[in-house]
Write a protein that binds this ligand. Sequence first.
Ligand code: B1M
Length: 209
Amino acid sequence: MAELQELTQVIIKGNRAEAKRLTQAAIDAQVPARQVLDALVAGMDEVGRRFQRNEVFVPEMLIASRAMKEAMALLEPMLVKAGIKPEYIAVIGAVQGDLHDIGKNLVAMMWRGANFQVVDLGTNVPAEKFIAAVKEHRAQVVGLSSLLTTTMPAMQATVKAIKDAGLGSLKVVVGGAPITQDFAKEIGADGFSPDAAGAVDLVRKLLAA
Ligand code: B1M
């Protein structure tokens, strides 16, 4: 449907007003909520791919996420009515001692854009708080962010505490400027992504497996 393709395009451009107008028009025309959602998610997926190719940067991602958020606010009652649930439930936070949240917020936005329910615990989050939130929200994935070499040990301790808590098939994913694939493996994380867009693919891959 041409209108839905247009909706995908306005999300990519981050055009909030058009995203809201087209979403409302689709709702009024009784387009199934799932199709509208898929058009919105397709937009954020494309923004993620362009970000990974260095064709767009953080500001464009923030603008697209804001358009997505406003369109989703209109669509949400339809999704609830249609019984469409978020794809996955994720908990995210910056590890204890770390106050950087810009990258973590981007990951949360991209996850929301991919139709994940995201519980954002903020910064300076102790291991027990991650564990409690995973239990409370029955999350399938938990994301830890660290921007400081001095908080990498806290990330390691948090991964260990989460693993020791025996939370079933919960996946632990990590990221942040000083984090590498090797470090992630060494501390027993299930996955690592160097950027926010990759964090979407990573979770989809881990949870589909
Ligand atoms: Co800070 N800081 N900072 N800082 N800060 C850095 C990180 C630093 C590299 C600057 C420098 O010295 N060149 C340095 C760390 C050095 C090191 O550890 N090797 C540093 C330092 C030392 C500090 C303080 C200790 C400074 C001081 O007080 N003496 C202090 C520590 C505070 C604390 O955390 N306890 C501090 C404080 C701050 C501010 C509060 C002033 C501010 C943070 C504001 C905020 O976040 N709300 C700040 C900032 C802004 C920076 C820089 C300039 C920018 C970080 C950023 O937001 N980048 C940074 C230097 C730099 O990077 N140029 C610096 C943009 C963001 C989009 O990238 O967060 O890497 P990033 O996220 C990426 C990926 O890493 C990934 O996806 C994102 C994008 O795709 N990613 C994940 C992130 N989390 C992920 C999680 C995932 C997957 C991917 O899965 C869960």
